[in-house]
Design a protein around this ligand. Structure first.
Ligand SMILES: [Zn+2]
Length: 218
């Protein structure tokens, strides 16, 4: 069996779950869709939720953590090879990856070092591979069963995070008060309402009968 990459490096490896740890960077190519599940944090580790109605933690209203898993392969530059893995996808990362045809997509995944216990995983879509370049997608279930020591789990759970609200910026005219503020020092200093009005008047503004600032002659 050929298990080297032509340079004599072994490229056989057990398929494991890849979770992105702090201060690391990984180049990963997705091979299939993300499957979600709920977990509970119990006795210092993640335990899969077997599903509402079958779960003691749920009856006790303990909090849940959603985790997604997707078949993937990670690039190892020293081996010049893609090695199969199951990518753990956090709630935030899933939001970045949502509504995409993930198969064949190469992502750069990183988790910047942070004082906080866990800075969010950041993902950047880099490029799309051709179908004929892709490895076989592993079955994620046995990999997860091994990770969770065969505990019952329920896959197919949607990410419960409330969707980000994204709007285009409004590029209509800016506020008139900016002219007055910028004519007189930085805009970050605190200012009273009376001072603001003084500045507006000094900059040539006046209030009309409806209280709207106008510029120029009354
Ligand atoms: Zn549960």
């Amino acid at each position: 069996m050929n298990d080297t990459n032509g340079r004599g490096n072994s490229v056989r490896r057990r398929v494991e779950v890849l979770n992105i740890k702090a201060n690391t960077r990984h180049i990963v190519r997705l091979l299939g869709p993300i499957e979600g599940m709920l977990t509970h944090w119990r006795s210092g580790k993640s335990t899969p939720c077997p599903g509402v109605g079958k779960c003691l933690s749920h009856e006790r209203e303990q909090s849940t953590i959603w985790k997604g898993y997707a078949p993937a392969e990670e690039w190892f530059d020293e081996l010049q090879a893609w090695l199969a893995c199951v990518l753990e996808v956090t709630e935030c990362l899933e939001e970045e990856m949502r509504d995409r045809q993930l198969r064949g997509q190469i992502w750069c995944l990183t988790r910047p070092q942070d004082d906080k216990k866990s800075a969010p995983v950041q993902g950047f879509f880099m490029e799309q591979s051709e179908e004929n370049e892709l490895g076989l997608a592993v079955d994620i279930v046995p990999v997860l069963e091994r990770l969770y020591h065969g505990k019952p789990m329920q896959l197919g759970v949607a990410n419960p995070i409330v969707a980000k609200q994204i709007r285009e910026g409004n590029t209509s005219a800016g506020p008139k008060c900016l002219v007055a503020l910028q004519s007189n020092g930085p805009t970050s200093e605190p200012i009273t309402h009376a001072e603001m009005e003084k500045k507006m008047i000094a900059a040539g503004y006046f209030k009309d009968s409806k209280g709207k600032w106008c510029y120029g002659r009354k």
